[in-house]
Design a protein around this ligand. Structure first.
Ligand code: ADP
Ligand code: MG
Length: 323
């Protein structure tokens, strides 16, 4: 299994800095999307994500939800750059031709594609263990994309939505947590159908100093921001936004661990300078997306977790991630 550290090391060792350099590549390897400049006014943001059976999803995942999630996770990378979704290609690897499965998969895929105005413009279909790769392309006005590297000392740290629901949803599906009824449906749905914060990302373009989408858990993803920005961060874990469904179906310690390290939230983590706080309130109020201030950028390169102003050590849930 490729652990997260190893994945970054192998990209660094074998791919980063080796590609032909071009002046129109504004952002290459290392952010949620690459950005290439098209002309004097426009850039394109590009990202690619793969979901592999038994690694990223179980064989019994409903095909309709899988179609939905395959595109949702790609849209989340566009959202974190503030890009407007436009085109996708789809590479499908399938063990057999199962028309019922394909009908359901494509229904879920096109449901979310239509909602966000994404056209499927090509792809590839091959036989093999089930895997789905989508490459998404979005548009950006020149020079306004959000990246991981712009956070400054004193900027406030925010997240959209609530954290940890998806990870508890996954534990429910694995029979590691017992939750029934409407709460089970809500939590499993948060795992199967994450909401990419596409409009919120676009409205943050001129307001946030940095942004990333939370795919591996906030504790891991904030590290990308502080490393790229050469900063440190303080996170107040007592401020983390937790859904009532998460809170009432696990212990307080576990809820925080799901929120910090669970992953697959696909919420946005972003930083905002003090002077832009008013603009932020207005911009996100228009999108209707909930957002919560959870900490502050500082100098020193370290991540500090505080719970009611005292140092905090999360319970290790032992999640292992691929990307
Ligand atoms: P995300 O979780 O946002 O999808 P990843 O963690 O998968 O991003 O990837 C980190 C960065 O490394 C991204 O910029 C991605 O495009 C790049 N990357 C990942 N795998 C490869 C690869 N095999 N070749 C080149 N770049 C890669
Ligand atoms: Mg990402």
């Amino acid at each position: 299994m490729i652990g997260i550290v190893k994945e970054f090391q192998l990209i660094e060792s074998f791919f980063t800095g080796r590609a032909q350099s071009r002046k129109d590549v504004v952002m290459g390897i290392g952010d949620d999307c690459a950005i290439v400049q098209l002309n004097a006014n426009k850039s394109i943001a590009i990202s690619c994500d793969t979901l592999v059976e038994n690694v990223h999803f179980f064989p019994d995942m409903p095909a309709k939800d899988l179609g939905y999630k395959s595109l949702a996770v790609n849209l989340s990378d566009l959202a974190s750059m503030g890009a407007e979704p436009a085109w996708m290609t789809l590479a499908l690897t399938l063990p057999e031709v199962d028309e019922t499965w394909l009908a359901e998969f494509s229904e879920g895929l096109f449901e979310i594609a239509e909602y966000y105005g994404v056209a499927l413009i090509g792809g590839d279909t091959t036989r093999g263990p089930r895997a789905i790769t989508i490459t998404i392309n979005g548009q950006l006005p020149k020079d306004v994309g959000l990246t991981r590297c712009g956070a400054k000392n004193g900027d406030w740290i925010y997240v959209t939505g609530s954290l940890g629901d998806s990870a508890l949803g996954l534990d429910i599906l694995r029979d590691k947590a017992a939750v029934d009824g409407e709460d089970r449906a809500y939590l499993v749905n948060r795992h199967y159908r994450p909401t990419p914060r596409v409009l919120a990302g676009q409205s943050l373009r001129t307001i946030a100093s940095s942004a990333i989408d939370i795919s591996d858990g906030i504790m891991s993803d904030i590290q990308h921001v502080i490393k790229s920005s050469q900063m440190g961060a303080v996170i107040n874990v007592d401020r983390l936004p937790l859904s009532e469904q998460l809170v009432r179906n696990t212990t307080a310690d576990m809820a925080l661990s799901y929120a910090l390290t669970g992953g697959e939230d696909y919420e946005l983590l972003f930083t905002v300078p003090e002077a832009q706080k008013g603009a932020l309130e207005m911009a996100l109020a228009e999108t209707g997306v909930r957002f919560t201030q959870i900490g502050q950028i500082c100098t020193g390169g370290q991540l500090t977790l505080l719970n009611e102003n005292k140092p905090f050590e999360p319970v290790n849930l032992g999640f292992e991630h691929f990307n």
